[in-house]
Design a protein around this ligand. Structure first.
Ligand code: DGP
Ligand code: NA
Ligand code: NA
Length: 213
């Protein structure tokens, strides 16, 4: 049998959570562990600050005098994801699993947290590849406070983060692809919990030949 016909596509795995929940180090470690197990995997992060839209987003986040309307910046964050769709599909079709640090859910949650309309915010996300699995790193506010402090970027305030947490909990209830991980545990325990969920997902895709939505 032709090798390509039995090769399964990669899994699209998104990791969500508030700032300082450990997403960056966990996503890096996950890719390392998957590769060690001979599962091809790559990390991706949104916003990608290296692209043209990413430059504007980075400026907006770091400079409070950067005046953009809420709608304009919301659409730029979304465009930053749309820029990567071809690359996402290409990787998955090659059999590479993608571990993505933030996605549409952050897009909707952070904008809704500042008072924008949830429905309006969701519309431009329609049509982006649907993640097979969203891992929500759920950390309680006391533990978030004890981790190295907030930087100076916009949104790094406890009011915003608290609202974002509530919106993420809403997704965890309403979306069928969400899994909640207790991010208050040790780094290694959080890692092994995440790895277990991801491997389970990869097996499912291989067994049932699940198409990407
Ligand atoms: P990060 O590089 O992951 O720390 O993200 C930068 C900040 O931007 C962080 O506070 C979360 C926020 N953010 C990430 N994605 C989006 C998005 O799509 N829309 C909005 N409004 N904020 C986002
Ligand atoms: Na941040
Ligand atoms: Na990050």
């Amino acid at each position: 049998q032709d090798k390509t016909s039995i090769m399964s596509r990669g899994a699209l795995v998104v990791v969500e959570g508030v700032d300082r929940c450990g997403k960056t180090s966990q996503t890096l470690k996950l890719v390392e562990s998957l590769n060690k197990r001979n599962i091809p995997a790559e990390r991706m992060a949104f916003p990608d600050r290296t692209t043209w839209t990413g430059h504007v987003i980075s400026k907006y986040l770091s400079d409070k005098d950067c005046k953009l309307s809420d709608e304009a910046i919301h659409l730029l964050f979304t465009a930053n994801r749309w820029e990567k769709v071809e690359k996402i599909k290409e990787s998955l079709n090659k059999g590479v699993t993608l571990v993505v640090d933030r996605y549409s859910y952050s897009g909707i949650a952070f904008s809704t947290a500042k008072g924008m309309n949830f429905h309006w915010c969701s519309q431009p996300e329609i049509g982006l590849p649907k993640p097979d699995l969203v891992v929500f790193l759920n950390i309680n506010p006391e533990n978030q406070k004890n981790r190295p402090g907030f930087g100076t970027e916009r949104y790094e305030t406890s009011t915003i983060q608290k609202k974002v947490t509530e919106i993420f909990h809403g997704f965890a209830k309403s979306e069928d692809n969400w899994q909640v991980i207790d991010a208050n545990q040790s780094f290694d325990k959080v890692h092994s919990d995440m790895l277990y969920k991801i491997e389970e997902q990869i097996k499912n895709i291989a067994n049932y030949n699940t198409p990407l939505q």
